[in-house]
Ligand binder design. Structure first.
Ligand code: G7M
Length: 324
């Protein structure tokens, strides 16, 4: 049976499309009929990133199965503006005050594109991940990691089959940007699911390592420096060549806790505040390299602090054993 992650499908909404009832095609011409999606509830909506996460099910899904549909509206880029754009915006008055005028605008189709990501079947873990949450701080000592987190990772973390499919060339093969197959220092560089590849100011890549024995920064030691440095140099060379960004314009970081415990590095454009770049989640690759160079077991010996959803079982387990 296909895993949930294998069934993550991302669809570009074409501006010409009548987004209500159209059958929307994705890049590989696979079809999904959104009119067959029955909404149950809105899990979360994020006004800043213009995302909405909807729970429901497709008519053709078996009884008891659920699906999540994520709708994300495109940001408007300079390139999408042409002289005719302004003729095609219709306005109604909102407010006015000396030099300030505000209108309610109906935007033309060229400016109303977006993306839809479908997860089916969606597990309880996916539903929790995409639901509105309260967050709290955890100070995870090495002992807490050994006794609690490690067991959680082995037994209850999200499946990372989607990662293995990428590494084995079974999915997203056409999206891979560069590949180094070395079993020890190799990795695949590709766009993150959240990036549509068209707007370089929202550049968001993932470097996913070939080896399968590193779950998170907790496992890193001096032995992994060649791997981390290989990711740093090869991904930068590729980004500079393809998008013209210099080292100073690129932010590379690792999540702790990650959602998927197969080691990967997030790479984004510095001018873009990508989700997950905040304190309590992102560890800069440069700092990670430096810390391991100073002390090989830095990350296995350190108390690591992170912000985590308070309803998550890992949060509950970790807070039971500590007063923090
Ligand atoms: O928090 P963590 O470091 O585990 O982040 C994992 C990243 O993987 C997120 O930024 C996701 O958007 C990205 N991602 C998740 N899935 C299921 C996929 C996928 O199927 N393909 C790609 N390219 N990225 C994914």
């Amino acid at each position: 049976m296909a895993s949930a992650e294998e069934d993550v499908k991302k669809i570009k909404i074409t501006p010409e499309g009548d987004s209500n009832n159209d059958i929307i095609k994705n890049k590989n011409s696979q079809l999904i009929d959104l009119s067959k999606f029955l909404m149950t509830s809105v899990l979360n909506q994020l006004s800043r990133s213009k995302d909405i996460f909807i729970l429901g099910k497709f008519c053709d899904q078996p009884e008891g199965e659920q699906a999540i549909v994520l709708i994300n509206k495109d940001t408007i880029t300079g390139e999408s503006l042409v002289p005719a754009t302004f003729e095609n915006i219709s306005l109604s008055a909102d407010m006015g005050n000396d030099i300030y005028e505000k209108y309610i605008a109906k935007l033309p189709v060229q400016l109303s594109g977006g993306k839809i990501t479908v997860i089916r079947p969606a597990t309880e873990q996916h539903i929790r991940k995409y639901s509105a949450q309260l967050y709290g701080f955890i100070h995870e000592t090495p002992e807490m990691y050994q006794k609690i987190t490690k067991q959680f990772i082995e037994e209850k973390s999200l499946s990372h089959n989607w990662v293995y499919n990428i590494l084995e060339d079974k999915s997203e093969a056409d999206r891979v940007l560069c590949r180094d197959n070395d079993p020890s220092i190799g990795f695949v560089l590709m766009p993150d699911l959240k990036w549509d590849i068209t707007d370089k100011t929202t550049l968001y890549l993932l470097a996913i390592v070939m080896r399968r024995d590193i779950k998170s920064i907790r496992d890193l030691t001096k032995e992994h420096l060649p791997l981390l440095k290989n990711i740093r140099s090869k991904s930068l060379a590729f980004i500079t060549e393809k998008w013209g960004y210099s080292q100073r314009e690129i932010r590379s970081y690792i999540h702790y806790q990650p959602s998927y415990y197969h080691f990967h590095v997030h790479i984004t454009f510095c001018g873009y505040e990508a989700p997950g770049t905040h304190v309590g989640k992102a560890h800069l690759l440069e700092d990670v390299i430096d810390n391991i160079e100073l002390v090989s077991e830095f990350y296995s010996r350190k108390t690591l602090s992170f912000i985590y959803p308070t309803t998550h079982p890992l949060f509950t387990a970790l807070t039971k054993t500590s007063s923090t």
